[in-house]
Design a protein around this ligand. Structure first.
Ligand SMILES: CC(C)(COP(=O)(O)OP(=O)(O)OC[C@H]1O[C@@H](n2cnc3c(N)ncnc32)[C@H](O)[C@@H]1OP(=O)(O)O)[C@@H](O)C(=O)NCCC(=O)NCCS
Length: 186
């Protein structure tokens, strides 16, 4: 099956949190999603105006957005949106990887990084919703131990996070190693 084939070389860009000034890169990424990925990402039809507004709202409301950045463009993203109405501290998460880069492990890398941010922010539960036929998202959610259930026509995945605070060592895992002189290794 096509989705089982992985490209030889790992993607050359970096996975990192986006800066507030990078909203246009995030918006352009969402706008470039092909029709099927756009429908899968937004659980249905989403017009250009909706997506532009959605990207702006996400940044304005303080969502944490992790991007896969390559050549000055964002080609994949993972979003963490607080759900202050839910208890325990819960965030809604969502993912998007542009078609040519799908099935190369980027969704998994973005997920892993998002979990680190979620734990650092003190969330203990993550929630992801998708339509029941989105096999890629269901597989990705299962990989991160999501409990999947069916609610009002949607698949809902719940991920319980370790409430123990992150150790410095966990945070340093996302920084480049330092040389003896304290400078980042090349
Ligand atoms: C869902 C999505 C983010 C996954 O990103 P990705 O970069 O392709 O994910 P990965 O390559 O890390 O694959 C994750 C796992 O899912 C599996 N997988 C990927 N596509 C699959 C498919 N169509 N069917 C079954 N399993 C699939 C992979 O084999 C992998 O498992 P493994 O590591 O055990 O082999 C991507 O497909 C996407 O952007 N889709 C459109 C938007 C969307 O659906 N968003 C989700 C709603 S929030």
């Amino acid at each position: 099956m096509a989705w089982m084939v992985r490209a030889e070389s790992p993607p050359a860009g970096v996975v990192r949190r986006l800066r507030p000034s990078e909203l246009p890169l995030f918006r352009d990424h969402l706008m470039r999603l092909d029709g099927e990925s756009r429908r899968d990402r937004f659980n249905g039809v989403a017009c250009d105006a909706f997506i532009k507004d959605y990207a702006a709202r996400s940044f304005a409301q303080g969502a944490t957005v992790v991007g896969y950045v390559e050549g000055g463009r964002v080609l994949g993203a993972a979003e963490l949106h607080e759900r202050p109405d839910l208890d325990p501290p819960t965030a809604e998460i969502a993912f998007s990887v542009e078609k040519p880069l799908q099935h190369r492990g980027l969704g998994s890398q973005l997920f892993q990084r998002l979990i680190a941010h979620a734990r650092a922010l003190g969330y203990t539960r993550l929630r992801v919703t998708t339509h029941p036929h989105n096999e890629a998202m269901r597989a990705l959610a299962r990989k991160f131990n999501a409990r999947l259930s069916f609610e009002a026509g949607e698949t809902v995945g719940l991920i319980e996070l370790d409430a123990a605070p992150l150790r410095d060592a966990d945070l340093f895992a996302f920084l480049p190693p330092l040389e003896a002189d304290g400078m980042p290794a090349r």
